[in-house]
Every structure is written in C-alpha cells, then in structure tokens.
Design a binder for this molecule. Structure first.
Ligand code: MN
Length: 240
C-alpha cells in the first residue's frame, strides 16, 4: 500500500472560500510513490483525526504566522495571516511530533514546525536580521538563486548527498531561535537558517525553500521527497 501523506492547504487571498495548494506538492509526492491526501483547515477540525488518516505530514507553504504564537506583537512588515490555519497547522504539527511520525515542512511549513516545537521567527529578514541577500527571488521558481550550506553530519546532508545546493527563495521571514530538540541543518551565505531537523527519531525536516517547484529538474529536491515518502512508508523510519 502506498504511504498516505497529508498535505495542508492554504486559503486564498482573493478567494477565502477556496482551499488552495500548488500542484507541485501533490505531483512530487505522487512521483515518489506516495498517496497525497489534502488536509483542509476548519475551525472545528480535530487534528487528532488526521493523525489516524495519514502516515506522514507535509506542512505546505503559505502566508505569515501570527507572531502572537511566539509571543510577539506584529510589526509593520508582518504579512497576511490566517488565524484558523495557524491554530490548525500548529496543533497538527504538535500531534505528529508527539507521535514520532514523519513530518516535512516547506517554507511556511518549516516555520510552523519550528514554532510548534517552541522556536521563533524573524518577522521580516530585512528589518529584523538586516540581510542584503535576496530571499524573495525574481527568477522562475524552478531555478535556485542562492546557495545553502548543508550542515556536516546532518540527516539532511545524508539525504541530499551534497554539502552545498542552490535553492529557490520566496520568503521574507525565517527561523530565528531553533526549537529545542531541533538543529539548524542548512544556512544561506548571510547566516539565515534555510533548513532545520530533529535528529534521533522519525524523519522531521523543515526547508525554507520550495523543492516542490524544483524537483523535476533538481536531483537534491527529488532525493528529499524520496526520503520523506520512504520514511512515511515505515520501511525507513530512522532515515532522517
Ligand atoms: Mn532563502
């Protein structure tokens, strides 16, 4: 049986009554042997029921988290928030982490993972971290515009089999304080944390880039999805 992988959905700016998810997430999971299951957020949704419905969790990209979830007031550059999605995804992440089930966080999903586990975020990289590296690229999404150095000895390094990869970049926020139990797994040249992982258990990795937009032309992205789907199949639970 194919591993069932739950993928969170956003709700659109222009159409708040529609769930939205870029097809790249579904295609990447399907291409690596997983069965994609979309997880809609509802105010009354019980994340515990999704724990039973799927084998692993893919936290997808989207808007900004309400900084109240890491104890801050919103500053001027904080973007659009969806309070229902925030609560749903944070609780979903906590449930999967507590159960020791595979989790992959992508972009906002990595940020959700970090905050769910007790870390926090830069609300805006230019304002709060003073970086001049371009993290909101103008190039096409399949194209990696900046490099990341993958931490030696990390699970991510073992999966990607490369110490430096070029990644796309569509974010103005980033992980600031890494959650307890997690480690930074990759950094950009300006020091911005581009990946995190929780060692010692099931596959638990967050990446700040969008491998679902790169995978057809990027071996490292394919290796990441392959390792995640394999972990969700239960055959290789310690691969991360
Ligand atoms: Mn970046």
């Amino acid at each position: 049986m194919k591993p069932r992988i739950g993928i969170t959905c956003a709700r659109g700016d222009a159409a708040p009554d529609r769930y939205t998810l870029h097809s790249g997430y579904v295609e990447a999971i399907a291409a690596h042997g997983g069965l994609a299951v979309l997880l809609p957020c509802l105010p009354e949704a019980d994340p515990a029921e999704y724990l039973d419905a799927v084998d692993g969790l893919l936290l997808s990209g989207g808007g900004d988290l309400d900084p109240a979830h890491f104890g801050e007031e919103p500053r001027v550059w904080n973007g659009r928030i969806d309070p229902v999605a925030d609560v749903f995804e944070l609780e979903l992440a906590r449930r999967f982490l507590a159960a020791g089930r595979p989790v992959l966080g992508i972009c906002r999903g990595m940020q959700v993972l970090n905050v769910a586990a007790g870390g926090d975020l830069y609300q805006d990289l230019r304002e709060d971290a003073g970086t001049t590296l371009q993290h909101d690229q103008q190039a096409p999404p399949w194209y990696g515009t900046h490099a990341v150095d993958v931490a030696e000895g990390s699970g991510l390094r073992a999966i990607l089999q490369e110490g430096r990869v070029r990644v796309n970049s569509f974010h103005h926020q980033a992980v600031r304080r890494v959650a307890p139990g997690f480690l930074p797994a990759a950094r950009a040249a300006d020091g911005v944390i581009e990946a995190i992982e929780r060692p010692g258990g099931a596959f638990t990795i967050g990446v700040q880039w969008h491998p679902e937009r790169m995978h057809p032309a990027c071996r490292a992205s394919r290796r990441l999805f392959a390792a995640f789907v394999r972990a969700c199949s239960g055959r290789d639970a310690a691969s991360a």
